[in-house]
Write a protein that binds this ligand. Structure first.
Ligand code: ARG
Ligand code: ZN
Length: 883
C-alpha cells in the first residue's frame, strides 16, 4: 500500500495521557494501556454530532481485552484486522483500556519491544510502537506517558523508561517494578523501555541556568570500561548546544543504554537514548580513531534531537528530514568544532558524493521530502539525512550565520511542543532573515543531483572576467522535468601569486575581499567581475557550498596550482581529487584499450610537495594522499568497468608508492616513533598523526620490502591501540605475505574472540580484501562461531562490507557475488526486513554496469521478488528497482 504526502489528514482523536504497564516474562509480555482520549477540537465543530470511528494501529498483537470507559467490549463491539482495532466512541472524551500479549523473546525484526541477549529493549521509530500496543501511532499525536515496568528482580535489576522515576516496589515471587513519568508530551515513536542486568557510569552536568542533570550510561557489566569516551562526548555536546544554539536540556536525568542487536546507529527516545553498542563503546585497545569519532558524533546527534526532533517534532513521516537533516547538520558542526573542520568537511563530502549521489542516480531516488512511500523504514536514507543536512547548510549560507541562528531560535520558540513541517522550518528562516526562500524550497521537492557547468571568458583590454553557470538536473522516477534550483556558489579568484583577489561585480561600487557567495537562480546565468588586469584562476564551490556536480575545464597544471595555493582547505583537497580523477581516467582508458599503463607523473610530484612540507596539517596530507575510492570512480562513470577501475587505481597506488618511497618511509618512521612513545589519546592532532602513519604504511607495503614488512609486524604486535593494530592487520590481509597474513588473523581472533565489536572489524577487513577468492572467503567466514545473521552489526561487517566495498569480488563476471547476496537477502527478509532491505542497495545500482552484469543483477532482483512472502521493506526496493 502506497502512502502519499498529499493525503495527509489531521487525526480525528487525540491522546492526552498514556498509562502503560508492562509485565515482562520469559515466554511472553503483557501490555496494559490506558489511553485518555478526546475528539480533536480542530475537527469536532465541522463534524456535527456524529463521532467518527476510532481506528487504532496495532500489528502482531494478541488482544486479550478492551474496554471503553470501564465497559468491557465484546467481539461484536469492535473490528480487528491485521493492522487495526476499530471501535465507536460514544462521547467526545473517553478512556480506552486494553491488554495485549506480545512476544519480544522471538522478535528478530528488532522493531517494537524485543530482546537483545539477556535484556529487553525497544525501537519504535518510525512505526514500531504499534507492535507494542493498540495506539494512534503517528507523530502528530503527542501524549503524556506514564510507564510501569514489572519484571523478575534477579534477571532484570534495572528497569528504565522515559522521563523521571517516580515509584518503585517489590512484588511476590521475586518480581519488582518501577514507574516512570515523562512530563513532556511526545509521539509514540519516542517511547522507550529497557530492562536488564546493567551497570552504569554516572556523571552530572550543570546547565546554563545552573540546573543539575544526572547523566547515566548503561552497559552490560563487561563493557563498563568502555564508556568514558561517550560520557565525555555527551558533556561536550550538552555544552556546545547551549553555546552555539542556545538549547538547554530539560529533564533532571539523561540516560543512554548500549544494546548489541540494533538495526541502526542509535535512537533519540526522550531522556532515554538507546544505542547500538558500536555507537557508544570505545577505548584505545578495541576501538579505532574512526570509531571514537563516530561515537562522539552519534552521541551528539541523538542528544541534539532533544530539541530538533523531540521538543519540536514532525507532523508526518514525509517531514523526516525536518529533524534528521537539521540534526545531521548540527552534529557535523559540532564534530567540526571538536576536531579539524576541513577534514570533517572532506569526509562528509566524499561520503555524500559517493553514496548519496549514487542513490540520486538510482531507482530509489527521492526528494529530501518524499512524496510517497510503501514502507517508511526505507526512507531513512542518505538523501533524507545527508542531503537534507546540505539543504539546511545552504539556507545558512544564503541567509548568513547570524540570521540562521535567529531563525533557529524563532523555530524552536514558535513550535515548541508541536509537530510541524519542513515549510514551518523554512518559514521561520524567512521570517527571521527577511530572505525569500520560495524558489529555494525546490531542494525539498525535486530529487536528483543538479549538474552545474561553468565556463569563463576574459576580456583583457577591459579587465573583465565572466563566469557563466548552466544548471540542469537529470530526470528521476516520477519527475521528468526539473525547475532551476537556487544554488549558492562560494567562490574566490586567485591571482598569479596564489592569493585571493578583491572581488567586484559589474555594477557594484566596492570590492570585497576573499570568498563571496553567488546565488545561481536561473538555468543559465553570467556574473562579470571587473578591475582584473590579468586572467584569474577561479576557486569554485568553496567548502562544497552546494550538493551539485560542478564542471569546470581545469587543466592539470591549474589543479596543481590550486592544490598548493587555494586559501580554502576543502578546495585544495578537491583540486587533488580532480587531478587524481583525470590521471586515473587516463589509466582506465589505457587498460580498456589493452595498452601498457603509464601514469601522468604530475600527481606524484604534487603529492611529494605535500609530503615534504612539515608545516601542513597531517590529517590533510593523509586525506590528499587518499585516491578517490573505487565506489566514487564508479559513481562518476557512465558505465563502470569494475576491473579497469580496480587495476587503474592499484597501478596508481603502486606508482605513488614507488616514486615517494623515501618521504613516505620517513613520515612513517617519525610518526610510528611518536606513537610508540605516547600513550593513546583520542584527540584531533593524534588522529592526524596516526592517519598519516597508516596511509603511509599502506603505500609502503606495496613495495614488498622486508624492512616494511618488519615494521608492519612490529606495529601490529607492539602498538597500544586498535587504530594502529587494525591498520597493520588490513595491510597484511591485502598483501601477498601469506604466512604473515594467516598468522596475524589467527592471533588477532584468538585475542579478541570475546569482543564482538572487534570481531566485526576482523570480519570487515577480510570481507573487503580485493584478492581473488573473496566470495569463498566470505562464505567460509559465515561459518565462523562469532558470526550470526541475527546480529545486524555482523551482517553489515561481513556481507555489507563485501557487497559495498569489495567491488571486484562482488561484481565478478559470473554473477556469483550477486547470487550470494540475493540468498542472504531472502533469508533475512523473514528474520529482519529492515536489514534485508538495506542490503539490497548494491543490487539497485545495476544501471551502472555493462549489459551482462545488468542482466545478472536484475535476474537476482527478480529471484528475490519471486521468492515468496516479501516484507513491505524488501518488496518496495525490489519492485522499484525493476520498474
Ligand atoms: N532517529 C534515529 C536517528 O537518526 C534513527 C531511527 C531509525 N529507525 C528506523 N526504523 N529506520 O537518530
Ligand atoms: Zn537522527
Amino acid at each position: 500500500k502506497v502512502i502519499h504526502l498529499k493525503d495527509y489528514q489531521a487525526p480525528d482523536y487525540l491522546i492526552d495521557e498514556t498509562h502503560l504497564t508492562f509485565e515482562l516474562h520469559e515466554d511472553h509480555t503483557l501490555v496494559h494501556a490506558q489511553l485518555v482520549m478526546r475528539r480533536n477540537p480542530d475537527l469536532s465543530s465541522s463534524a456535527g454530532g456524529n463521532l467518527p470511528p476510532l481506528v487504532l494501529d496495532g500489528q502482531q498483537l494478541e488482544l486479550l481485552s478492551v474496554a471503553l470507559d470501564d465497559t468491557a467490549l465484546q467481539a461484536g463491539d469492535y473490528q480487528l484486522d491485521a493492522d487495526h482495532l476499530t471501535l465507536q466512541p460514544k462521547a467526545e472524551r473517553f478512556v480506552i483500556d486494553s491488554t495485549v500479549r506480545i512476544h519480544p523473546e522471538t522478535n528478530t525484526a528488532l522493531e517494537g519491544l524485543y530482546k537483545s541477549g539477556k535484556m529487553f529493549c525497544t525501537q519504535c521509530e518510525a512505526e514500531g510502537f504499534r507492535k507494542i500496543t493498540y495506539y494512534l501511532d503517528r507523530p502528530d499525536v503527542m501524549s503524556k506517558f506514564t510507564t510501569t515496568v514489572s519484571a523478575e528482580q534477579h534477571r532484570y535489576p534495572v528497569l528504565l523508561s522515559n522521563g523521571n522515576p517516580i515509584a518503585t516496589g517489590s512484588d511476590e515471587e521475586g518480581r519488582h517494578w518501577a514507574t516512570w513519568e515523562d512530563p513532556f508530551k511526545k509521539p509514540a515513536y519516542l517511547f522507550a523501555l529497557v530492562a536488564g542486568d546493567l551497570w552504569c557510569v554516572e556523571d552530572s552536568f550543570t546547565t546554563m541556568t545552573e540546573r543539575e542533570v544526572a547523566l547515566r550510561i548503561y552497559v552490560e557489566p563487561e563493557n563498563i570500561d568502555q564508556v568514558q569516551h561517550a560520557m565525555d562526548s555527551l558533556k561536550r555536546s550538552m555544552r556546545w548546544d547551549e553555546e552555539v544554539y542556545g538549547r538547554e536540556y530539560d529533564l533532571d536525568i539523561f540516560m543512554i543504554v548500549a544494546v548489541n542487536d540494533f538495526n541502526m546507529g542509535a535512537m533519540e527516545n526522550k531522556g532515554l537514548n538507546i544505542f547500538n553498542s558500536s555507537a557508544v563503546l570505545a577505548k584505545a585497545e578495541t576501538a579505532t580513531d574512526a570509531a571514537h569519532q563516530r561515537v562522539e558524533a552519534i552521541v551528539a546527534h541523538e542528544y541534539f534531537h532533544n530539541w530538533s526532533g523531540n521538543r519540536v517534532t514532525c507532523r508526518d513521516w514525509f517531514q523526516l528530514s525536518l529533524k534528521e537533516g537539521f540534526t545531521v547538520l548540527r552534529d557535523s558542526q559540532f564534530s567540526a568544532d571538536m576536531n579539524s573542520p576541513t577534514v570533517k568537511r572532506i569526509e562528509d563530502v566524499a561520503y555524500l558524493r559517493t553514496h548519496q549521489f549514487a542513490e540520486d542516480a538510482g531507482p530509489m531516488a527521492h526528494s529530501v521530502r518524499p512524496e510517497s512511500f510503501i514502507e517508511i523504514s526505507n526512507f531513512y536514507t542518505l538523501t533524507v539525512y545527508e542531503k537534507g543536512a546540505e539543504v539546511v547548510r545552504m539556507i545558512q549560507t544564503l541567509v548568513g550565520a547570524e540570521n540562521f541562528r535567529k531563525g533557529t531560535d524563532l523555530y524552536f520558540e514558535r513550535h515548541d511542543g508541536q509537530a510541524v513541517t519542513v515549510d514551518d522550518f523554512v518559514k521561520a528562516m524567512e521570517d527571521a532573515s527577511g530572505v525569500d526562500l520560495t524558489q529555494f524550497k525546490r531542494w525539498y521537492s525535486q530529487a536528483g543531483t543538479p549538474r552545474l557547468q561553468v565556463s569563463e571568458a576574459f576580456d583583457e583590454a577591459a579587465g573583465r572576467y565572466s563566469l557563466t553557470f548552466r544548471q540542469s538536473c537529470p530526470p528521476t522516477p516520477g519527475q521528468s522535468e526539473k525547475l532551476p534550483f537556487v544554488i549558492p556558489v562560494a567562490l574566490g579568484l586567485l591571482g598569479s601569486d596564489g592569493a585571493d583577489l578583491p572581488l567586484r561585480l559589474e555594477g557594484e561600487d566596492q570590492a570585497t575581499a576573499g570568498t563571496r557567495v553567488l546565488a545561481i537562480t536561473e538555468a543559465e546565468q553570467t556574473f562579470t567581475f571587473v578591475d582584473l588586469p590579468k586572467k584569474p584562476l577561479p576557486s569554485l564551490l568553496r567548502g562544497f557550498s552546494a550538493p551539485v556536480k560542478l564542471d569546470f575545464p581545469y587543466s592539470r597544471d591549474q589543479l596543481m596550482f590550486l592544490m598548493q595555493n587555494d586559501t580554502d582547505g576543502f578546495n585544495r583537497w578537491e583540486a587533488g581529487q580532480q587531478l587524481s580523477v583525470q590521471v586515473l581516467r587516463d589509466l582506465i582508458g589505457q587498460r580498456q584499450r589493452g595498452e601498457t599503463l603509464a601514469m601522468d607523473d604530475r600527481l606524484t610530484h604534487a603529492l611529494r610537495t605535500l609530503l615534504e612540507d612539515d608545516s601542513l596539517d597531517q590529517a590533510m596530507v593523509a586525506e590528499m594522499l587518499s585516491l578517490p575510492s573505487e565506489a566514487y570512480l564508479t559513481e562518476i562513470s557512465e558505465v563502470a568497468d569494475v576491473d579497469a577501475i580496480h587495476q587503474a587505481r592499484e597501478h596508481a597506488r603502486r606508482a605513488i608508492a614507488q616514486a615517494l618511497f623515501e618521504p613516505l618511509w620517513q613520515r612513517y618512521q617519525t610518526n610510528r616513533e611518536i606513537s610508540r612513545r605516547t600513550p593513546y589519546v583520542a584527540q584531533a592532532e593524534h588522529f592526524a598523526r596516526r592517519a598519516l602513519q597508516n596511509i603511509a604504511l599502506s603505500y609502503l607495503m606495496l613495495s614488498e620490502r622486508d624492512a616494511v614488512l618488519q615494521a608492519c609486524l612490529e606495529q601490529f604486535e607492539h602498538c597500544d591501540n586498535m587504530t594502529e593494530r587494525l591498520n597493520a592487520l588490513a595491510v597484511l590481509v591485502n598483501s601477498s605475505f601469506e604466512a604473515e597474513r594467516t598468522k596475524a588473523l589467527e592471533t588477532f581472533a584468538e585475542h579478541f574472540k570475546d569482543h564482538a565489536l572487534v570481531m566485526d572489524q576482523w570480519f570487515s577487513v577480510q570481507a573487503g580484501s580485493p584478492l581473488p577468492g573473496g566470495l569463498e572467503r566470505v562464505r567460509t567466514l559465515m561459518e565462523h562461531p562469532a558470526f550470526t545473521l541475527k546480529n545486524p552489526n555482523k551482517v553489515r561487517a561481513l556481507i555489507g562490507a563485501f557487497a559495498n566495498q569489495n567491488l571486484v569480488n562482488f561484481h565478478r563476471a559470473d554473477g556469483a557475488g550477486y547470487r550470494f547476496l540475493a540468498e542472504q537477502i531472502i533469508t533475512l527478509n523473514a528474520l529482519n526486513p529492515q536489514i534485508a532491505s538495506r542490503l539490497l542497495a548494491p543490487l539497485t545500482r545495476w544501471r551502472k554496469y555493462d549489459s551482462a552484469r545488468q542482466a545478472l543483477m536484475k535476474g537476482e532482483l527478480e529471484r528475490i521478488l519471486a521468492s515468496g512472502e516479501l516484507s513491505s521493506d524488501v518488496y518496495e526496493v525490489v519492485s522499484k528497482s525493476l520498474a
